[in-house]
Design a binder for this molecule. Structure first.
Ligand code: SAH
Ligand code: SF4
Ligand code: F3S
Length: 451
């Protein structure tokens, strides 16, 4: 075991959940580095361990308690060697379970919700000891973004940028409105300066993030005289020199307005990929989920987006076994998938979450039926993903290279459709876009030759 015999403090940040947690972790790490911490990958030599957590499904939340069990041993061993270890649980489990975590796992020193992560340094004094406050669970999003560091340490040519937080939609299965709070849009000027700083430090692709990213809005700017919506922001950002690719995620069908659809035809930098979760193909289930749209309205959006950008890669999220889902309702979901033809998708067994309306509904679906349905859905989605990937064979695709491959002389990146692509090529490709002639495809990736 390594000992800390110098005076610098080390921090380990572990992240679960969605890309917004990845973004928060990156910014939080930046803040701690400014406070004199060094990053470590190893809990054995960390003076501070930060667990950034996800509450979306039961399994995600339970992982934290097993992680805390492991950390308790390490904290004990370090203590015997005279080293102190502080443990902070942050993010969505922290928000949902707050004081309960401190009671259930005394090994935890601090608990901070996702809109309070910027307060972490202030909860520690110069020696890394906790000040009196142990719990921070306010929803002050404005303050969060003001206090996160202006400069970011960039790790590759592709970066996330949170533009919207929270959710007012209250789907009956979902904890997000409770863990992230109400919908809040970041200021356009703040977003633009963060985007420019990212590009100045080598970023080529920016993915705008939000729980409901297409609900983003801002008061009239540049004399447009009406509220800016996401399409306006995308247009504005796409004018920044040096930015090559723009993406956004996750969108809600209800906020998929005509301008945003048109942006896919009009903005060459906006990538032909759309993640638009539908959750279920049954109108009865969509209603019970409080999604506030019908399956016909969803199909209309899909038709319009394909008219605007015929090659668009479509992705989605599905929940199987929502309370009351019959075999016929599930068949509607399969039919929706057959009709849309997805390039990729995420699908989950319904997990009853405390505090949500779904958890108290009658007709909960037994686990074995959920799993059997999920298996059938995933088989179909896998087939479609393979079909979509195989259709690229023989084509020339621009790829943004972002990582070294598994083998010597191999580099990897992403196509415009977000597929993972591998080629043999020099490391000098990293950070650049080059054309690749696609020769082979599997469910999860493509390979080919540099042109
Ligand atoms: N804002 C996005 C989704 C955010 S949560 C939207 O409205 O589509 C990401 C995904 O997790 C959801 O799309 C849903 O498919 C899944 N999910 C959320 N709560 C869930 C639950 N209780 N059980 C199973 N899956 C869930
Ligand atoms: Fe959750 Fe629904 Fe909000 Fe998406 S729109 S974050 S699923 S409540
Ligand atoms: Fe999980 Fe919170 Fe994201 S619950 S999915 S980390 S918003």
């Amino acid at each position: 075991m390594k000992n800390n015999n110098d005076c610098s403090k080390r921090v380990l940040v572990k992240t679960w959940g969605c890309q917004m947690n990845v973004y928060d972790s990156e910014r939080m790490s930046g803040l701690l580095l400014e406070q004199g911490y060094e990053a470590t990958e190893n809990a054995e030599n960390a003076d501070l361990v930060v667990l950034n957590t996800c509450h979306i499904r039961e399994k995600a939340a339970e992982k934290i308690y097993s992680e805390l069990g492991r950390l308790k041993k390490i904290k004990g061993q370090r203590s015997e060697q005279g080293h102190d270890t502080k443990i902070a649980v942050v993010g969505c489990v922290a928000q949902a379970e707050g004081a309960e975590i401190l009671a259930r796992a005394p090994v935890v020193d601090m608990v901070l919700g996702p809109q309070s992560v910027h307060k972490l340094p202030a909860m520690l004094n110069e020696e890394g000891q906790c000040t009196s406050e142990k719990l921070a669970a306010d929803f002050d999003v404005e303050e969060k973004f003001d206090q996160l560091p202006k400069q970011r340490k960039v790790t590759g040519p592709s970066a996330f940028l949170t533009v919207q937080e929270g959710c007012d939609k209250f789907c009956t299965f979902c904890v997000v409105p409770y863990t992230r709070g109400a919908e809040h849009s970041r200021d356009a000027a703040q977003i633009t300066s963060e985007a420019k700083a990212l590009i100045d430090s080598g970023v080529r692709e920016i993915t705008l993030l939000g729980q409901n990213v297409n609900a983003w809005q801002a008061k009239g700017l540049n004399g447009i005289g009406r509220h800016w919506r996401l399409a306006d922001l995308l247009e504005h950002l796409s004018q920044i020199d040096g930015l090559e690719r723009l993406r956004y995620t996750t969108s809600h069908p209800r906020d998929m307005d005509a301008d945003l659809i048109a942006a896919h035809a009009e903005l060459p930098k906006l990538m032909p990929y759309l993640h638009l979760p539908v959750q279920s193909g049954s109108n009865k289930i969509l209603k019970a989920m409080n999604r506030q749209h019908t399956i016909e309205q969803y199909f209309e959006i899909i038709d319009n987006i394909r008219k605007a950008r015929p090659d668009i890669a479509l992705s989605g999220d599905f929940i199987v076994g929502f309370p009351g889902e019959t075999e016929a309702d599930f068949e509607d979901t399969l039919n929706c998938v057959r009709k849309v033809q997805y390039a990729s998708a995420f699908s989950f067994n319904y997990s009853a979450r405390p505090g949500t309306r779904g958890a108290n509904m009658n007709d909960q679906v037994p686990d074995d039926i959920k799993s059997e349905r999920l298996y059938r859905l995933q088989e179909l989605l896998r087939e479609q993903q393979l079909t979509f990937n195989q259709a690229q064979i023989g084509k020339s695709l621009p790829v943004l290279f972002e990582r070294e491959g598994r083998y010597e002389r191999q580099v990897g990146g992403r196509s415009a459709y977000l597929q993972s692509v591998h080629v043999e090529g020099p490391k000098t490709l990293l950070g650049n876009i080059a054309n690749v002639q696609i020769t082979a495809a599997s469910t999860n990736s493509l390979s080919g030759n540099l042109e």
